[in-house]
Design a protein around this ligand. Structure first.
Ligand code: BG6
Length: 501
């Protein structure tokens, strides 16, 4: 059953232009620009970024004068590899004509991050492209590189005079993880802001580029009936799950020492908490939305004691299967409890969990309402806790679990679901990276977390990371399971249980 359908033009969420409309829409057109991709041979660029740029080209959403410049150690074979990646990962289907057109706009500059001469070559190359394509010096520098190199690359860009320009704009995009803890993130932020103005820094959190995540605000603030219930009088708790069935998959170098909490809870999942818990922004611009998210994050803290309210795990055979050192204590599963100390949310626990090699892939937010206050009185109807679920992926949609009488004699109440599936209602959504890269080219920062949000998110999880740092090894769990037993106990202690994976 379709629970929600939007008829007519809904109020747009921020600048939420639809990438499925045509480029004839003036708001979609971007200025001529060059995008310099550091890390073009890395996993993320190959699987997500270059395919997303290709998809933008396929939809006619790249500027007419556009150049993609890859900065890499060794350009041999890179273009052929990218073509294979695009064939495999592009969402809009591979069209040789689009690729041929795009590849004419790709060039590679060989160099190392610590070589000033390479950055001078890059600057000359960009000027050459501007002259031959008659475009202003609008540059995006996309840092899809290890965080330890962010500051160094920015310094090199500054030394080559690439951070500021008289004839165009400069923007820098940084991938997560943004630091290792609160302290390192402030240092990194200051280093970046020493080189680029704050307004030119785009910190990527690809979850915010997902349509299903942007829809949380539309759901909450475009509809009237849920808002009066959206508080601690009616909501028992919130569960946020991001489960993956894949493992670390060749990313041991990055993942070891980072772990599940830093990899996804500090960023993606705390952003989901912020969107669920924030107040309505006064306007849908970047400033107002970020202000509300920041308020929530600053009121959010972990609930303890951690041995009872949190859990961490490591899947069995991480060492022999995924190349981790045998003594690695990096967690591949993390669960924690946070509270938001505002009048609206005081007393409502938010349970957050994520893990790799779990039973199935799913990301969802479940808002669990209180059952009827006095059971169902004399009617002897079995009370039900209504659950509103935002399914972020893979089966994107929104479901409301309710109690209904099952047919026949008596008054048997069964839990059933009113279910809306995005795919059956809307056109195919653009991939998150496609949306975000397009927004950077358009200069729209709405879907990018600001410095304050990132620093607050570290402040929230730091105490638990420190606690885990002092307390031995994560619990083991089997691949394909729902995670370690300690995670189940964590909820059982509160009289609740996790939604089934
Ligand atoms: C990334 C993490 O940010 O998100 C990965 O670094 C994770 O470890 C990925 O696999 C999951 O993204 P998605 O969009 O598939 O949920």
């Amino acid at each position: 059953m379709t629970l929600l359908e939007v008829h007519g033009p809904a109020t747009p969420i921020a600048s939420a232009v639809s990438l499925t409309s045509t480029a004839a829409d003036a708001s979609l057109i971007t200025e001529p620009a060059s995008l310099v991709l550091f890390g073009i041979t890395g996993d993320l660029a190959r699987k997500k970024l270059v395919p997303a740029i290709y998809d933008l080209a396929n939809r006619g959403l790249l500027p007419l004068a556009f150049d993609l410049v890859g900065f890499c150690r060794n350009p041999a074979g890179v273009l052929e590899q990218l073509r294979r990646d695009v064939e495999k990962y592009a969402r809009t289907g591979f069209r040789a004509a689009t690729w041929d057109d795009l590849v004419r706009r790709i060039s590679l500059v060989p160099g190392q991050f610590d070589d000033p001469a390479a950055f001078t070559r890059l600057a000359d190359h960009l000027t050459g492209l501007d002259t031959s394509n008659d475009k202003p010096g609008n540059y995006v520098f996309y840092l899809s590189v290890p965080p330890a190199t962010f500051a160094g690359v920015c310094d090199q860009l500054a030394a080559a005079g690439l951070n500021r320009g008289s004839d165009g704009w400069r923007r820098v995009v940084v991938e997560k993880p943004f630091g290792h803890d609160h302290h390192s993130s402030t240092i990194l932020n200051s280093a970046l802001e020493g080189v680029f103005p704050a307004s030119a820094i785009y910190r990527i959190d690809h979850y915010l580029g997902k349509e299903t995540v942007q829809n949380i605000l539309a759901f909450r603030f475009a509809n009237g009936m849920f808002e009066p219930l959206w508080n601690n009088r009616h909501i028992d708790h919130v569960q946020i799950t991001m489960a993956e069935n894949i493992g670390v998959q060749g990313r041991a170098g990055y993942y070891d020492g980072v772990g599940a909490a830093r990899d996804v809870i500090q960023n993606h999942l705390l952003q989901l908490v912020a969107l669920i818990a924030m107040e309505e922004p006064v306007s849908l611009d970047a400033e107002s939305i970020s202000a509300e998210k920041t308020k929530v994050l600053s009121a959010t803290e972990l609930l303890g004691p951690f041995d009872h309210t949190a859990a961490r795990g490591q899947y069995a055979r991480l060492h022999d299967k995924d190349g981790f050192p045998a003594d690695s204590v990096t967690e591949t599963f993390a669960a924690m409890t946070v509270g938001v100390s505002t009048r609206r949310w005081a007393g409502v626990p938010f349970f957050i969990r994520t893990g790799k090699r779990l039973a199935r892939r799913t990301t969802e937010i479940a808002v669990v309402f209180n059952p009827p206050a006095h059971g169902s009185g004399r009617a002897h109807l079995t009370p039900v806790s209504n659950v509103l679920t935002f399914r972020v992926q893979p089966d994107d949609g929104i479901a409301l679990q309710i109690g209904a009488k099952s047919p026949g004699g008596g008054m048997d109440v069964r839990e059933v679901s009113l279910d809306m599936n995005f795919r059956s209602v809307f056109d195919q959504a653009p991939e998150a990276y496609e949306r975000l890269i397009h927004d950077v080219l358009r200069g729209d920062p709405t879907l990018f977390p600001r410095r304050e949000e990132i620093e607050w998110a570290w402040r929230i999880i730091d105490p638990l990371l420190e606690h885990w740092g002092r307390s031995g090894r994560p619990d083991k769990y089997d691949a394909g399971s729902p995670g370690p037993v300690s995670a189940d106990l964590m909820l059982a202690r509160t009289g609740r249980s996790w939604r089934r994976l």
